[in-house]
Design a protein around this ligand. Structure first.
Ligand SMILES: [Zn+2]
Length: 249
């Protein structure tokens, strides 16, 4: 893939420059050779308009963000990837904590053992869960997607997934205001759909395949979380089973 090329936000056609600058503040936007539309209208737009279009899941807004702003092969690309990974993991850790604090057992017992239990659960959910989540994502895009996805680097797909999970930032709002925990479910659904649009824009594959890839990755993550819960419940179940004969007597 040519890393020096920008993309037309309307059709995804590669373009060398997005605008020509005559003097400071005086620019002319370039037109796409393929669809004859202005290649990237977001250059002159307010950030709020971009944000609204991202929330509305417009592919052109995703194309602008993923191809023209976060330019692949740029010197700051690696740093951005690390920062977004850390941000993503921190928000996910907070999400797990919110879910845990909704659990009554957690609020009633604040002993050392429950603290250790929470830390262990958090590590499993956040690190193992997301490792498997991102791994499944990369594997699915490589296996199911079209030829254009084959030329994409893992880093590009990874950054697209991390950035398109921006709606997780709404969790920060939950730190300030009280919300029911069901809001987390809505945020999760939004992240899932946003990931799907980002993968569609990046790989130019059929929508059904993108939905399949995103759905399987999210399912693997949920499965990991549930399995860790089940693993924690096994000693508890065993102790109940052991106590049953005594109760019968
Ligand atoms: Zn175009």
């Amino acid at each position: 893939m040519d890393m020096d090329m920008y993309r037309c936000v309307e059709c995804g056609f590669r373009i060398k420059t997005l605008f020509v600058q005559y003097s400071p503040g005086n620019i002319r936007l370039m037109k796409c050779e393929n669809c004859k539309a202005v290649a990237d209208e977001y250059i002159e737009c307010n950030f709020l308009i971009l944000l609204i279009d991202l929330i509305l899941h417009k592919p052109k807004a995703y194309r602008h963000l993923l191809f023209n702003v976060l330019k692949q092969g740029a010197p700051h690309f690696e740093g951005l990837l690390w920062k977004s990974t850390v941000g993503f993991l921190l928000l996910d850790a907070y999400r797990s904590l919110v879910l845990k604090s909704c659990d009554e057992a957690w609020s009633s017992s604040t002993s050392l053992s429950s603290l250790v239990w929470t830390c262990r659960k958090l590590l499993t959910d956040v690190f193992l869960g997301n490792l498997l989540f991102l791994g499944t994502f990369l594997l699915a895009t490589k296996i199911f997607m079209s030829i254009s996805a084959g030329s994409l680097r893992n880093k590009d797909i990874l950054l697209a997934i991390l950035i398109s999970s921006y709606f997780k930032m709404f969790l920060i709002v939950m730190m300030v205001w009280e919300f029911p925990s069901s809001v987390i479910f809505i945020i999760d659904l939004f992240v899932l759909s946003s990931n799907t649009v980002a993968v569609k824009v990046m790989t130019e594959s059929a929508m059904s395949r993108c939905i399949g890839a995103c759905f399987s990755a999210h399912a693997v993550k949920i499965f990991t979380t549930q399995m860790s819960l089940l693993a924690e419940a096994i000693p508890w179940l065993v102790s109940i089973m052991a106590a049953l004969p005594k109760i019968k007597k």
